[in-house]
Write a protein that binds this ligand. Structure first.
Ligand SMILES: [Fe+2]
Length: 357
């Protein structure tokens, strides 16, 4: 696919775009990205209307629990940890029927994170990639992150020696860059089955940490669970929008704040999961400031320390990671050599309004 041409019309008014213009100008065929079509695109003039509420039925609710259309005779699955994460080889997501995609939704809900190896997904057309992801819900168009010109459904993750939003976002004075979150949890209908396909990856490092919010909930005492159920928390898009504005980036949709249950129930598996995350959850509704900070600090510490309900997703060429954002949290791992490139794309179908446990 041909590299997209830098848009000079927005360069002078947009600090982020200027960086991308210079990034694209400096890339050569020899050391450039393998998939320049997916370089992050920012247009400060791109605007989206507020997200509307839609009817949602989880595809997993239609799935055959035996998953005959997903797990064929040549498919090998290996659970990476007991609570979450399964590596799958011998199946192409691109070849799955509608029934196979339904089963993929169910399997993702059950195992939380699936690592599909050796996929041709990255070489499909953008329209086909979007069509597959849309099976799982309308795709969220990110208000601030890099997307692809003409394809706002793509959320681009890109870092190389010259371009490092990650470092900017977390600042230079952090001991580590671990940042647990569930994607765009400020949306009224939060993401469900989520796709992430790698385009360029370092030989090692640049993994993604995932944790099971179901097991995080299960570890709590019955008395503590009782206290949490019925509580609601505010998830805010404001800091993300402020960060983008500060660096001259787009705010394509006005930031919102949304209340969600602190414990939500998965619509298909019925599992209960904690639904708070350090990235977006700001306060407990009805609590005074200190009470809210105290409870959230406990919950954030609890999930971040739970190495026995976490898994590390690794990337090899062709890896597609699929996870259920409703019952997991994740964090990037910024451990690889600053001179190396990591390039990936997320497709983020939205699901139901969270169901209180
Ligand atoms: Fe994320």
């Amino acid at each position: 696919m041909a590299p997209s041409v830098a848009d000079k019309t927005t360069a002078s008014e947009n600090g982020v775009t200027e960086k991308i213009v210079s990034l694209k100008a400096n890339l050569t065929a020899k050391n450039g990205p393998s998939y320049p079509f997916y370089l992050p695109y920012f247009d400060v003039n791109e605007k989206f209307p507020p997200t509307e509420i839609f009817e949602f039925t989880d595809p997993g609710s239609r799935a055959d629990p035996k998953k005959p259309n997903l797990l064929g005779p040549n498919t090998i699955t290996k659970d990476v940890t007991p609570y979450l994460g399964t590596e799958i080889t011998g199946v192409q997501i691109s070849q799955l029927s509608k029934e196979g995609l339904d089963e993929l939704a169910l399997f993702t809900a059950e195992r939380k994170v699936l690592l599909f190896r050796d996929q041709d997904f990255k070489d499909l057309s953008p329209d086909r990639q979007i069509e597959i992801a849309r099976h799982f819900g309308p795709i969220q168009r990110h208000p601030t992150s890099g997307n692809v010109k003409g394809y706002p459904e793509f959320h681009v993750v890109y870092r190389d020696a010259e371009y490092d939003v990650f470092r900017e976002y977390f600042g230079g004075d952090r001991i580590n860059q671990t940042s647990w979150h569930s994607d765009v949890s400020y949306e009224k209908q939060t993401p469900g089955t989520t796709f992430f396909f790698i385009l360029d990856q370092p030989d090692n490092g640049g993994d993604t940490l995932f944790l099971s919010q179901v097991e995080a909930y299960n570890r709590l005492s019955p008395e503590f669970k009782k206290r949490l159920e019925g509580l609601r928390a505010v998830h805010s898009a404001v800091p993300q929008a402020d960060f983008s504005r500060t660096r001259g980036g787009p705010v394509r949709r006005e930031p919102i704040e949304t209340e969600h249950p602190v414990v939500r129930q998965h619509p298909v598996t019925g599992e209960k999961a904690l639904y708070v995350n350090q990235g977006f959850t700001k306060r407990i509704v009805g609590f005074k400031v200190e009470e809210s900070e105290y409870l959230l600090k406990f919950l954030f510490d609890h999930i971040s320390k739970g190495s026995d309900f976490q898994v590390r997703a690794t990337y090899t060429p062709g890896t597609v990671v699929v996870w259920d954002n409703r019952v997991t949290a994740h964090s990037a791992v910024g451990d690889f050599d600053k001179r190396l490139r990591r390039h990936a794309v997320r497709l983020t179908p939205q699901a139901e309004i969270p169901i209180p446990a």
